[in-house]
Write a protein that binds this ligand. Structure first.
Ligand code: PLP
Length: 286
């Protein structure tokens, strides 16, 4: 990574400095986005910018840049990495102010962004599936905000890793919400289910695309609460995110999911997802 963007400037990362009094550092007071770049194009950019606007509105911070400005920042960062698949990380905090929980009267947001090569799941993880564990969803009641304060998510992911799993499936009041950094799909027979949007999940861009693709291809796909029992008896379970795409989970809490192998529904939906991605790279879809 040779250059990052910080507050209007492109700099080598070691020269990009943020004040110790930045509210992002002191309070985790900020929001972020991760946008994948496929074949040199920003995937689902309007969706990511709409979610960024929703996160900013929820924390009562104005968007510091227009769409055109964001685009030129991203283009510059992307050029650093050539045509390979990448992801853009961007973060906006409420800026520097004397430490006080109350908002400063005229905040000047700190804006940071960088691009990096996209790390896909290993082929073996896609062909064999991955292991997950369930965990109590200890997060707050505004998981729909893409907040930089990810301590609970980090604790949950670490808990999963220490149990030899790649993801924690979060459970709140007997209902599955999402993964520590992913959304969740459950297949039962020929039906697809994913928890509905609301304060307890992040409205994942990949989740929405999977719902869109499934429905466009006449698969029954419902946004519906998934109970822990439905998870335990599912034929297939997948997690979705911009970087993991659609990853099959084949063991949960030490028990096999369905046959213990990635299922046929995953193969079909993932093939449709890859077709869509290819069409996007070729400029056939926006
Ligand atoms: N849920 C959480 C908690 C996440 O952190 C993420 C992504 O990081 C997702 C879901 C998936 O969102 P997306 O598909 O937009 O990457």
């Amino acid at each position: 990574m040779s250059q990052v963007y910080l507050d209007g400037k492109f700099l080598p990362p070691e020269q990009a400095r943020v004040s110790v009094f930045d509210r992002g550092f002191i309070f985790g007071d900020g929001v972020y986005e991760v946008i994948p770049v496929f074949g040199g194009r920003l995937f689902r950019l309007p969706h990511h910018l709409a979610r960024l606007d929703a996160s900013l509105a929820a924390i009562r911070l104005r968007n510091p840049h227009t769409v055109q400005e964001w685009n030129s920042i991203f283009k510059y960062l992307m050029a650093e990495h050539g045509t390979g698949d990448q992801s853009i990380y961007l973060q906006i905090t409420r800026g520097v102010a004397p430490r006080d929980h109350a908002f400063p009267p005229n905040p000047v947001p700190t804006v940071f962004a960088y691009a990096q090569p996209l790390k896909y799941p290993l082929t073996e993880q896609l062909t064999q599936g991955v292991t997950a564990v369930t965990a109590t969803d200890i997060r707050w009641q505004r998981c729909d905000i893409k907040a930089i304060a990810l301590l609970a998510n980090a604790l949950l992911r670490q808990q999963a890793i220490e149990q030899g799993a790649v993801e924690a499936i979060l459970v709140r009041d007997g209902m599955v919400t999402e993964g520590a950094a992913s959304n969740l799909f459950v297949v039962s027979g020929d039906r697809l289910f994913t928890p509905p949007k609301g304060p307890y999940i992040l409205p994942g861009i990949t989740r929405d695309l999977v719902v869109e693709i499934a429905r466009a291809n006449n698969f029954a796909c419902e946004e519906k609460q998934v109970g822990i029992e439905a998870l335990r008896t599912a034929d297939e379970v997948w997690l979705t995110s911009s970087t993991k795409e659609i990853l099959p989970i084949t063991r949960i809490d030490g028990h096999p999911v369905g046959t213990g192998k990635p299922g046929s529904m995953h193969a079909r939906i993932f093939a449709l997802y890859k077709e869509y991605k290819q069409a996007f790279i070729q400029g056939r879809v926006e």
